[in-house]
Design a protein around this ligand. Structure first.
Ligand SMILES: NC(=O)c1ccc[n+]([C@@H]2O[C@H](COP(=O)([O-])OP(=O)(O)OC[C@H]3O[C@@H](n4cnc5c(N)ncnc54)[C@H](OP(=O)(O)O)[C@@H]3O)[C@@H](O)[C@H]2O)c1
Length: 249
């Protein structure tokens, strides 16, 4: 039976590529994002499979909009939330900190909470959140982003444990990307940079396998765990180092 998949933040990058993979497989795919022209492009590409809703996850009424889309799709089996923002090299207190928290923390939590209630009523469902290797530790270049990804990661882990304990039929998956060649990845680093196609293939496999956590790509497991183990005096020096990642030509 074809599945119904809702992707929050599917106008570009990993979300868009996942929308294409699921639509190609014959699933019904709901896609949201702020850029209406990109949503229309996807709809034209897969008119029988794609359902769109132009929306901003920082909108206070976002839960209502998402529920309307879920109804229009005749229900969903899987929620994938990829929408996030990052601003580099801003001083603490910059307006982008507030925007990052509104998007990556408040919007993220509102959508997951609304879908959690929907899946509880339905008796089953799968919630997938896309966090980041940035969840592992702090970083001076994007403090609010790292903190927000750490929040997302802990929130998903908490819900995963709650879902198992309460036995309500809800599965929770955390996808943890390293660098991906997308607009957000800035395209400037080649250190273990994955193409968005490869990242989406590995992500879909992890989702379809109902994995609890998956590193995208797999090798980022090592970088994540090494970072977590480093004592502060080594980690701080490493992060303050003058070395730069090699730029693409
Ligand atoms: N790229 C990387 O190297 C990398 C590394 C680690 C983790 N990640 C994570 O991977 C996920 C996907 O990122 P990506 O690289 O695919 O980035 P991307 O191409 O910039 O895609 C981000 C998506 O989020 C949507 N979005 C952002 N703010 C939104 C808002 N306020 N309301 C609704 N939608 C919003 C964007 O749509 P609109 O602009 O149309 O609203 C877009 O569809 C993110 O959670 C990111 O943190 C990325």
């Amino acid at each position: 039976m074809s599945r119904h998949v809702l992707i929050i933040g599917g106008t570009s990058g990993l979300g868009k590529q996942l929308a294409i993979l699921y639509a190609t497989e014959g699933c019904q795919v709901g896609v949201t994002g702020r850029r209406g022209n990109l949503l229309q492009e996807l709809l034209q590409q897969f008119p029988d499979n794609i359902h769109i809703c132009q929306s901003d996850i920082t909108d206070k009424d976002i839960s209502g909009k998402i529920m309307e889309l879920i109804q229009a799709m005749n229900g969903i089996d899987i929620l994938i939330i990829t929408a996030s923002m990052v601003e580099l090299n801003q001083e603490p207190g910059h307006i982008s900190d507030t925007d990052t928290i509104s998007t990556n923390v408040t919007g993220f939590t509102r959508i997951i909470a609304a879908t959690w209630q929907y899946f509880l009523t339905k008796g089953k469902g799968h919630i997938v959140g896309v966090t980041s290797i940035a969840a592992a530790r702090g970083n001076k270049n994007a403090p609010a982003y790292h903190a927000s990804k750490s929040f997302q990661s802990a929130y998903l882990e908490s819900l995963r444990i709650k879902a198992k304990h309460d036995k309500k039929g809800i599965t929770v998956t955390e996808l943890i990307p390293g660098y991906m060649d997308t607009a957000m990845g800035k395209g400037g680093r080649i250190f273990w940079m994955a193409s968005v196609e490869k990242a989406a293939r590995q992500s879909k496999k992890a989702i379809d396998g109902k994995r609890a956590r998956a590193f995208i790509t797999k090798r980022w497991w090592l970088a994540y765990h090494v970072q977590r183990l480093l004592p502060a005096f080594i980690y701080d020096r490493l992060m303050n180092g003058r070395w730069k990642l090699k730029q693409k030509n």
